[in-house]
Write a protein that binds this ligand. Structure first.
Ligand code: 5AD
Ligand code: SF4
Length: 459
């Protein structure tokens, strides 16, 4: 799943309650982790922990981590060192440092050893143990460390809506894990097999969100389109259940797999008014030999056929995608097939990554033979072409009038707001009295990268 983290709104101020241990939760990686961090805060609050946003003050710092690429993990090791240094320099006692999320699952007890060793390690299916583990560690002399990892099928968390960030979209995880076996990917081992959250739990969670004032949800999972509750309810049917929830105005979802994008699902997306016409469906590569060795289970032609059908049945649909460049053995000519995909699909946005070998995944048996300089060059070419294509696409949209919903005040110009259309286009609008959640008609006057500029329109 792509990392849309930077697009999230700022979090509400923390409520530190004197006399209770305070916890700072830092989130890295994808939205699954954003949601899990909210769930962690929801588990800790009733157990007598308060929230902190201050790395120098917090009694406990939990890093909710990502393992998808080596760089993501290196960042965490440096962050642990940085926290220890800053506390030492400030003359403060060291906090209890904990690792949650994918790194906890991948590295387990090893994270407690060595110079950057942490105090606790709690994996993705064990967050309800956190209050007990923290109480024990905080009470023990010399901080006897703990590691609680391992997958449990029945562990599904429901984050309390009161702790959600105040942007329009409330995250709702609908399943965990992944049953695909893409050869480059660490997720099936860090998150375990795919396990669905019960549709009634999902519906109830959404009703709670609506009751708390929420109007939009983003259904989350590694492969939401593979949702299949007990073999009886697929993702299309779940979308219908979610769309029936009274008061809900917009439904987004992340991430889809091309293989699950059946015509029936696209028909349903196209027919349900509240399901947003934005498809984040990663293709990873445009070359069939590479796709085969990635075990992606589709060809570039299947993908293009899917996109063509989506355009036919989903009005105003837009696309975004993830790409990996420099997969083992990828030749320059094979990489150029990926460029062809950009030309054919015309994505609104792409998220592109250099292949990073993950220990123990099937692709680790292949030689990581594309030199780093070549990977960097392919990444730059991919992004440059996307920019060129997007510039032309975006310019052609100037003058159109769209409906967009206000999310947050924009950084500039003063008084402006950031809005989002149903098909996930961002628009900054100034010169109007706007409140969060307002739906406005806006005329597009310009753009800068993937953000459009607009003005209120009477049309
Ligand atoms: N190396 C580089 N990118 C990866 N991704 C997943 N695994 C790897 C890896 N080993 C990318 C894919 C996925 C996104 C979340 O991260 O593009 O869709
Ligand atoms: Fe990883 Fe592939 Fe599963 Fe996505 S579908 S989480 S890339 S194994």
């Amino acid at each position: 799943m792509a990392d849309f983290h930077s697009e999230l709104a700022p979090r509400p101020a923390a409520e530190t309650v004197p006399g209770t241990p305070s916890v700072l939760v830092e989130t890295y990686g994808c939205q699954m982790n954003v949601y899990d961090s909210q769930a962690i805060e929801g588990i800790l609050a009733p157990a007598g922990f308060s929230q902190s946003r201050d790395e120098l003050e917090a009694d406990v710092i939990l890093l909710n981590t990502c393992s998808v690429r080596d760089l993501a993990e290196q960042k965490i090791f440096s962050r642990v060192g940085e926290i220890r240094h800053r506390r030492r320099d400030a003359g403060r006692e060291q906090p209890v440092i904990g690792i949650c999320g994918c790194m906890a699952e991948r590295l387990g007890d090893r994270l407690r050893k060595g110079p950057s060793g942490v105090d606790i390690v709690v994996g993705v299916d064990n967050y309800e143990t956190l209050p007990g583990v923290l109480q024990q560690v905080l009470a023990s002399q010399g901080r006897r460390p703990h590691a609680v990892v391992g997958h449990r099928d029945e562990a599904h968390y429901v984050a309390p809506p009161a702790l959600y960030p105040t942007n329009n979209s409330h995250l709702v995880t609908i399943h965990k894990g992944c049953d695909y076996k893409c050869t480059y990917c660490i997720v099936p081992s860090t998150r375990g097999p795919q396990r669905e959250k019960d549709p009634e739990t999902i519906a109830q969670e959404i009703r709670t969100i609506v009751a708390a004032g929420g109007r939009e949800v983003t259904l989350l999972g590694q492969n939401v389109t593979a949702y299949n509750w007990n073999g009886q309810m697929d993702f299309a049917a779940l979308l219908q259940v979610v769309a029936e929830q009274p008061g809900l105005e917009r439904i987004r979802f992340l991430t889809g797999h091309p293989r699950d994008m059946h015509p029936h699902l696209m028909d349903v997306i196209g027919t349900l008014d509240t399901v947003c016409p934005w498809l984040h469906i990663p293709i990873q590569s445009g070359n069939d030999r590479v796709l085969k060795r990635m075990k992606r289970l589709y060809t570039s032609e299947d993908y293009l056929r899917m996109a063509e059908y989506a355009r036919k049945v989903i009005p105003e649909v837009t696309f975004s995608s993830d790409f990996i460049v420099g997969f083992p053995g990828e030749t320059n000519a094979e990489f150029e097939d990926t460029l062809e995909i950009l030309r054919a699909v015309k994505y609104d946005q792409i998220f592109s990554f250099k292949y990073s070998e993950r220990p123990g995944v099937p692709a680790a048996k292949l030689r990581d033979d594309v030199p780093l300089a070549e990977k960097k060059e392919r990444l730059a070419r991919l992004n440059a072409l996307q920019e060129e294509i997007w510039e032309e696409e975006a310019a052609a949209l100037h003058g159109q009038t769209w409906t967009a919903v206000a999310e947050t005040p924009a950084r500039k110009p003063a008084g402006a707001w950031r809005l989002r259309t149903a098909n996930n286009r961002k628009v900054v609008v100034a010169g109007a009295q706007i409140e969060q959640g307002d739906a406005l008609r806006v005329r597009i006057t310009g753009h800068s990268n993937t953000t459009f500029l607009g003005e209120p329109s009477a049309e």
